[in-house]
Design a protein around this ligand. Structure first.
Ligand SMILES: *Cc1c(COP(=O)(O)O)cnc(C)c1O
Length: 478
């Protein structure tokens, strides 16, 4: 009889071979899964099998049933949404994390998990030139970090009253963001009990950035009407177009009115590793909290969201609880990260960050980010040169937003143009060759191409551009 660990070793070797082959061959799969709704579900048996099955059988079903229903986020032909990248050092670290199976909720439950996390947050903070007095902690997602931020603002403003006696006496909070900010802000406002009607969506300017003058007017009007401005969420890189809210102006307004400022840099934050983008941190020293996702454009497997706060005591006072079974001798001496956010249990996520930051090195990361931005610049130039396509908005970093407007059709209505672009997108995505997504800017249907997959290169971008042009010609003939 082979021991459990012998069997494990054998399968693990097989899996690693499969993993390396997958990395080599990822482009041979349709990048966007082409299955129909229910197709996977129908193939999965009903209920837990009575008798245990071999890893071999399960693995075969993984290949046969599951893979066709997978969209290949690690394909360099994936230009949709924002990337959720992996990289080999990150995957290797995930293997170790899975093996250790550590719960890093408190320092004492695995000191290395907490202390490596503290160091990794310092590494990122310093390399990104974030304010030195900030403290960082890993959250699962930017959505959770933003929720933690809104709740902390609420508690600080109510002198920790809502946590104690509920909302009595604290019903008139207001939160502000731009019309372009991510849906996670509204979700956070709802969960934090502020109420969606108390989320003020400030209009944006031509660059789709928040209009700070209008923000100020809203705040002043709300104060006059007896509301309590609680928090402003500014976007450093909106999801639609990577628009940058005017941080310095917004920070000054927040300071003047004593409002919590949270900065959502979920995707674009990685670019702060580049000195040429560090001017974007101007005004950040006045912010109270900041989030960005290494699991997007920093080659760390999902999930890993870096959350920084100016006043860590406010965060801890908001979230800490200490029932008897969680008391340890080192309480008070060390960081217990379960008190720094919503979940109690925490994965050893700093390990993959450590592997990635060390293996790429700052220079390696900078090279990759710059390369992605150059590829986007290349595409932008092609679009500008083309008589049949237009940029929807100036490129921001590695995101290109454009639409099809064939020069052969004069006086096309917006409806017709949108219709053409919708058709184009759907045909491109059902080709399986590339995957892009869309957004709408002022009623215009826009194709978004985010060029940031770990292994993307010029051949992928130029092949995508050829395919877009060719497909655009084809749909005109339909
Ligand atoms: C992706 C994104 C989010 C949400 O990130 P999660 O980690 O999936 O919660 C929030 N804000 C912006 C600007 C984003 O791009």
């Amino acid at each position: 009889m082979r021991s459990e660990s012998e069997k494990f070793r054998e399968y693990a070797h097989q899996f690693v071979d499969w993993m390396a082959d997958y990395m080599d061959n990822v482009e041979q799969y349709p990048v966007k899964s082409q299955v129909l709704p229910g197709e996977i579900y129908q193939q999965i048996g009903q209920g837990i099998p009575d008798e245990g099955e071999s890893i071999e059988d399960i693995f075969n079903d993984f290949k046969k049933i599951i893979l066709p229903g997978v969209t290949h986020w690690q394909s360099p032909n994936f230009f949709a949404y924002f990337q959720a990248n992996t990289s080999s050092p990150s995957i290797l670290a995930e293997m170790l994390m899975a093996t250790l199976g550590v719960q890093g909720m408190k320092w004492a439950t695995s000191p290395a998990s907490t202390e490596l996390e503290e160091r990794m947050m310092e590494w990122l903070r310093d390399a990104m030139t974030l304010p030195e007095n900030w403290t960082g902690v890993i959250q699962d997602t930017a959505s959770t970090a933003t929720l933690a931020s809104i709740i902390t603002a609420r508690e600080q403003k109510s002198n920790y009253g809502v946590n104690h006696q509920g909302f009595e006496g604290f019903t008139n909070f207001r939160v502000y963001c731009s019309e372009q900010t991510h849906s996670s802000i509204e979700k956070g406002v709802k969960i934090a009990g502020i109420g969606k009607e108390h989320l003020v969506k400030v209009p944006t300017d031509d660059a789709l950035a928040m209009d700070a003058d209008v923000l100020l007017k809203h705040i002043e009007k709300d104060i006059t009407n007896g509301y309590h401005p609680l928090c402003v969420v500014a976007a450093m890189g909106t999801t639609g177009t990577l628009a940058m809210d005017p941080l310095k102006k917004i920070a000054a307004i927040c300071k003047q009115h004593n409002i919590w400022l949270h900065v959502d840099a979920a995707y674009a934050g990685s670019a702060l590793l580049l000195p040429e983008y560090q001017h974007l941190t101007e005004g950040l020293e006045e912010a109270d909290s900041f989030v960005f996702n290494p699991h997007k454009w920093l080659f760390v497997n999902f999930d890993c969201s870096a959350y920084f706060v100016k006043d860590k005591e406010a965060l801890i006072n908001t979230f800490s609880i200490l029932p008897e079974y969680l008391k340890t001798k080192t309480d008070g001496l060390v960081a217990n990260h379960c008190d720094w956010g919503i979940p109690l249990g925490r994965r050893f996520r700093s390990l993959k960050l450590w592997f990635v930051l060390r293996h790429f090195g700052l220079k390696g990361l900078q090279e990759k980010l710059r390369f992605h931005i150059e590829l986007a610049e290349w595409l932008e130039n092609e679009i500008v040169k083309s008589p049949d396509f237009e940029l929807a908005i100036l490129r921001s970093m590695n995101l290109v937003c454009f639409y099809y407007k064939p020069s052969s059709i004069k006086n096309m209505t917006i409806e017709k143009q949108n219709n053409l672009n919708e058709k184009l997108l759907s045909r491109l995505n059902s080709s399986g060759d590339i995957y892009l997504t869309h957004t709408k800017i002022k009623d215009i249907f826009i194709l978004r191409m985010s060029i940031g997959q770990t292994n993307v290169g010029l051949p992928h971008v130029s092949k995508a551009w050829d395919l877009i042009q060719k497909t655009a010609k084809e749909i005109l003939l339909l």
